[in-house]
Write a protein that binds this ligand. Sequence first.
Ligand code: SF4
Length: 208
Amino acid sequence: MKKKTKEQLLQTLSKLYPKPASELNFKNNFQLLVSVVLSAQCTDKKVNDVTPHLFNQYPNFKALASAKLTDIEKIIRPINYYKTKSKNLINLSKMVEAEFSGKIPKQFEEILKLPGVGRKTANVVLGELGVIHTLPVDTHVFRVSKRLGLASGKNTDQVEEELKAQFDSSLWRNLHHWLILHGRRVCKAQNPVCSDCDIREICPSREE
Ligand code: SF4
């Protein structure tokens, strides 16, 4: 994509989605990490449905660290992979308490040690916390950036590198959210709504 077209794209996306932000509901760092771990392979809506009850019963890492596995499973049952995620939530809380004084580690290599925290989760959490500039590539970012001709990589790591190489790091967080929001609302996996897409003029994949 040409430089001028990219500028046009950013301008349009910023008008379409003036408040680019996560659609997960969280009020503090603990809730952010738990919500992001739960959101892997699951919709934000489902996560937002279970977290009020979860956070009410277990308001911090300390409480979650001593939770009974079956109690957590019961609460997060509607979430995909709830059994594994329940185990991970308890174990990561134990590790945060024991090794990081009850606080989310801010070093990339350290946060990756937490059970259930992979590269994408680490990127999302540290990006939201404003620790580092990140551009996590989820299924929406992957699909939309490829349709727009911004990337051609075969996997999320490759697409992440392609996007990072084209945009200033100060734009990464917003771009991440813009592409997710556009992917959810317009450029859907099945049947993208090209006829009602505000970036159709600059999209090489638009359907007539
Ligand atoms: S024109 Fe179609 S394929 Fe291109 S971004 Fe819009 S919805 Fe997606």
